[in-house]
Design a protein around this ligand. Structure first.
Ligand SMILES: Cc1cc2nc3c(=O)[nH]c(=O)nc-3n(C[C@H](O)[C@H](O)[C@H](O)COP(=O)(O)OP(=O)(O)OC[C@H]3O[C@@H](n4cnc5c(N)ncnc54)[C@H](O)[C@@H]3O)c2cc1C
Length: 386
């Protein structure tokens, strides 16, 4: 499939040029080694793409979410995996929106240059899962420090980050009026935390996505690392979700185009029964179907971006974009694998790798059911179920 041109063509070309210097073989090797695409992330950082959303006054490029989403899309569209570094693009949003001037001056320029990586965000816990307001990790203020105890799970990119945004309860649940109150956000300096109150255990998983269990045993965090006001952390986390969801939708769109390209190409070349398999409508139609679904999802992704960049409410659109794009990319993945027959399972075709990678997005960072729930309650006004 030839790329259609759009208003972002120059940006697409520039990102694609960089990505093309990291061919499929590179990503295959990183996947086989369960490694980290260090060279790729370095190149992307040096070129400034991960600092797209950081305002120019802090050394970033001050682009909108639309442009940032094009960057993420292109990485996945050229066969890469932005999951290795997407946190660096959006985790700083919490600091940007709610940090003090001092914190912003201290951290944002270094995050923009890549001197500091803020790739990790610690929210999910093993015993509470999606029910975030029940988190059990606590931070208790003692003089000029907070002392943290508890546990997190599925916290990504810790080994490749300098900083982590951490959500912990600072007022016990039974002492707050609303369950969403009493949680706070901290910036954790990982190098000084690991082995000194924080233990990290990697979780081997289906994708080459570096993610971990974290154990906190009297981890001390300087009080000045609290972001914003104590007790408002849950609201701050929610404020960042629209950007995160929309960027991940764009990654799924990139995956979807990659699968469709790959499937269409193979269907034209593979000869069985003396003709290209793509001559059979049984092979053509599923590819056409997933292309139609993907194009529709892409419209919702751009609608979410447009609203976000115009500072309009976009919770529903960001959630729906993530839902539609994750669904479309997963359908395209299935079609692509099916089109390749047995060869879809061979690592050298990259289909099985991308198939695993794109599957994640129906579970993380928010599962499909929770998006249904959001739309049912917040858009359609149905009664709360939890
Ligand atoms: C590879 C990977 C990387 C991740 N990275 C991070 C990270 O960096 N930081 C972080 O904080 N988290 C991270 N996560 C966690 C991720 O956000 C959660 O896995 C996800 O939000 C789902 O939560 P859970 O796994 O606890 O599922 P659960 O909450 O246990 O839910 C299990 C299933 O039940 C469904 N379900 C639960 N309650 C309801 C209900 N009331 N109605 C209908 N259905 C329901 C869910 O939709 C889901 O399908 C990561 C996860 C993975 C797999």
């Amino acid at each position: 499939m030839s790329y259609q041109t759009d208003a972002y063509q120059d940006l697409r070309d520039a990102v694609r040029d960089l990505c093309n210097t990291f061919p499929a073989e590179y990503w295959r090797k990183v996947d086989e080694a369960r490694g980290y695409p260090e060279q790729f992330v370095d190149a992307l950082t040096k070129a400034g793409w991960l600092a797209a959303l950081i305002p120019q006054e802090y050394g970033g490029s001050g682009l909108g979410l639309t442009e940032a989403s094009v960057i993420m899309e292109e990485i996945n569209r050229t066969g890469g995996n932005s999951g290795a570094c997407h946190g660096q693009m959006y985790n700083m949003g919490t600091l940007l929106r709610h940090g003090s001037d001092e914190q912003k001056q201290l951290y944002l320029p270094k995050i923009a240059s890549g001197e500091l990586r803020l790739q990790s965000m610690g929210v999910t816990e093993p015993t509470t899962g999606t029910d975030t307001t029940k988190i059990k990790t606590v931070a208790v203020k003692k003089g000029d420090r907070y002392v943290v105890n508890g546990q997190k799970v599925w916290i990504s990119r810790i080994q490749h980050s300098d900083l982590m945004i951490l959500l912990a309860r600072t007022t016990p649940l039974d002492q707050v009026k609303k369950k969403s109150e009493g949680m706070s956000i901290f910036l954790v300096d990982l190098k000084s935390a690991i082995g000194k109150g924080m233990e990290v255990r990697p979780i081997l998983n289906m994708v080459n996505h570096e993610t971990n269990e974290l154990f906190f045993d009297n981890l001390e965090i300087p009080a000045e690392n609290l972001i914003g006001e104590e007790g408002k952390g849950f609201k701050y986390i929610l404020d960042g979700l629209n950007a995160e969801r929309t960027l991940i939708a764009a990654e799924c769109i990139g995956d979807g185009y990659w699968f469709i390209d790959k499937a269409a190409q193979y269907a034209k070349e593979r000869i069985v029964f003396d003709r290209p398999i793509g001559m059979n409508q049984g092979v053509q139609f599923p590819i056409a179907d997933s292309y139609i679904e993907l194009e529709a999802a892409n419209l919702m992704r751009f609608k979410a971006c447009e609203l976000f960049d115009a500072h309009q409410p976009c919770g529903a659109e960001a959630n729906m974009a993530k839902f539609l794009a994750a669904k479309a990319s997963w359908e395209a993945a299935n079609v692509c694998l099916q089109t390749h027959g047995g060869f879809g399972f061979a690592c050298e075709y990259d289909v099985e790798r991308k198939f695993r990678e794109t599957r994640l997005y129906q579970v993380a960072p928010i599962s499909t059911n929770l998006i249904y729930s959001y739309v049912a309650e917040h858009v359609l006004g149905l009664p709360r179920s939890f």
